[in-house]
Design a protein around this ligand. Structure first.
Ligand SMILES: Cc1cc2nc3c(=O)[nH]c(=O)nc-3n(C[C@H](O)[C@H](O)[C@H](O)COP(=O)(O)OP(=O)(O)OC[C@H]3O[C@@H](n4cnc5c(N)ncnc54)[C@H](O)[C@@H]3O)c2cc1C
Length: 358
């Protein structure tokens, strides 16, 4: 498995449940952070992971998940730490952090991945869960390896209730549009997962198609390919000032207050949005899941659910499979997942075309 983010961890757990020994190679360290939030349905996780692993994952989401029934999101971080704990506990999974894969390959009998230290890991199949800039995708679909820039950026932040003064607390996801901009605002519990008044948080995601010049100037987008997201320190001071003015102009309280608070703390990140419409998910013993397989705009709100469906379908297709049957089992997985993934990406592309004015 290349990649130990949400898709990689869920797929590792599904494969281990199907009886495989899984080696996971992740370029990042074990501690991760993200301001993103996702809608999660706990029964889906229980179906995928089984009772034992879900008993480890769900307490990480407990208080967030209670809110999901009311339509609220859970934090990416809570979900990631829960899945990582479940994978670390599983005897069938070996997690290697700080292990960037630099090359993958296969022959008729096996697949392999080489890391930057020269270590080569060999197995019956190799799963690419390595996200929108997937290295494994380049081996599966060499004719069209890259996701394409969708023409807009997503500014993201989370503000603490303490820093906001007295604001009217929202009850659920709030979607606003103004002057060609779009905002998703959502209440989140305190970092310990409890909905303690005074310690809660407000998350926000601001879709903005007016910054493409900046993204190209700083090299975040080159040609039609997104090169990287922007961390807090990558955002120029004048852009912070423009965002603060834009927040006052476009968004009502409490969102304007939350955004300005994030800007004043320089706690804003930006993700130029990519899309990838797959023609294939499999080549021989190589297989793609999650954003490596298909990249819908986050506006679909379904990237996570699609990754979960991939994990489930791959576990099902490869259960009780002998090594020599793996390529056939992977084609079964592709048969199951390719059309739903294409439909999802296409639905997002309609939004992107109208939002980015292309
Ligand atoms: C800003 C943003 C907001 C989103 N909002 C939503 C939402 O509201 N709802 C929703 O359902 N979905 C949303 N999504 C999508 C959702 O987060 C993803 O679809 C889902 O988490 C699956 O991601 P992934 O694990 O496939 O990829 P990633 O999270 O990109 O993980 C890829 C992993 O592979 C590792 N990796 C990459 N290359 C290598 C290498 N060469 N060697 C080793 N490791 C490597 C990376 O370090 C990373 O850990 C959003 C996405 C973004 C970017």
């Amino acid at each position: 498995m290349v990649g130990a983010s949400l898709a990689g961890l869920m797929t590792s757990l599904a494969l281990a449940r199907a009886g495989w020994q899984v080696t996971v190679l992740e370029r990042a360290g074990a501690r991760r952070s993200s301001s993103a939030a996702l809608a999660v349905d706990p029964p889906d996780l229980v179906r995928l992971l089984g009772q034992e692993a879900s008993a480890t994952v769900l307490p990480h989401l407990a208080h967030d998940a209670a809110d999901v029934s009311g339509g609220l999101p859970v934090t990416w971080q809570a979900l990631h730490s829960g899945l990582q704990a479940a994978a670390a506990e599983h005897s069938g999974i070996r997690l290697h952090h700080h292990s960037p894969v630099v090359e993958v390959g296969q022959d008729a009998r096996q697949a392999w991945a080489a890391t930057n230290t020269g270590a080569v890991h060999v197995g019956d199949l190799l799963v690419g869960a390595d996200g929108y800039r997937s290295l494994v995708r380049a081996a599966v679909a060499p004719d069209r390896p890259d996701a394409r820039f969708a023409g807009y950026v997503l500014w993201l932040g989370v503000a603490d209730e303490q820093g906001l003064g007295s604001v009217r607390w929202p009850t659920g996801l709030d979607i606003r549009s103004s002057g060609g901009h779009l905002l998703l605002g959502y209440p989140l519990p305190a970092p310990d997962g409890l909905p303690t008044v005074g310690s809660r948080r407000l998350g926000w995601a601001w879709y903005d198609a007016s910054r493409n010049g900046l993204l190209r100037r700083i090299g975040a987008v080159e040609g039609s390919v997104v090169q990287h997201s922007l961390r807090e320190t990558d955002i120029p001071e004048e852009t912070y000032a423009e965002l603060a003015a834009g927040a006052r102009q476009h968004w009502p309280a409490p969102w304007s207050t939350a955004i300005i608070d994030s800007i004043e703390r320089r706690a804003v990140t930006a993700t130029p949005i990519s899309e990838y419409l797959p023609d294939r998910l499999v080549a021989g013993r190589l297989v793609l899941v999650g954003d490596a397989a298909h990249v819908p705009t986050p506006m679909t709100g379904s990237g996570f659910a699609a990754s979960l469906a991939d994990a489930e379908a791959l576990g099902r297709a490869t259960a009780a499979t002998d090594a020599h049957e793996v390529p056939v089992a992977l084609l079964e997985y592709e048969q199951d997942r390719l059309q739903p993934a294409r439909s999802l990406v296409k639905s997002g592309q309609s939004f992107s075309r109208s939002f980015a004015g292309r």
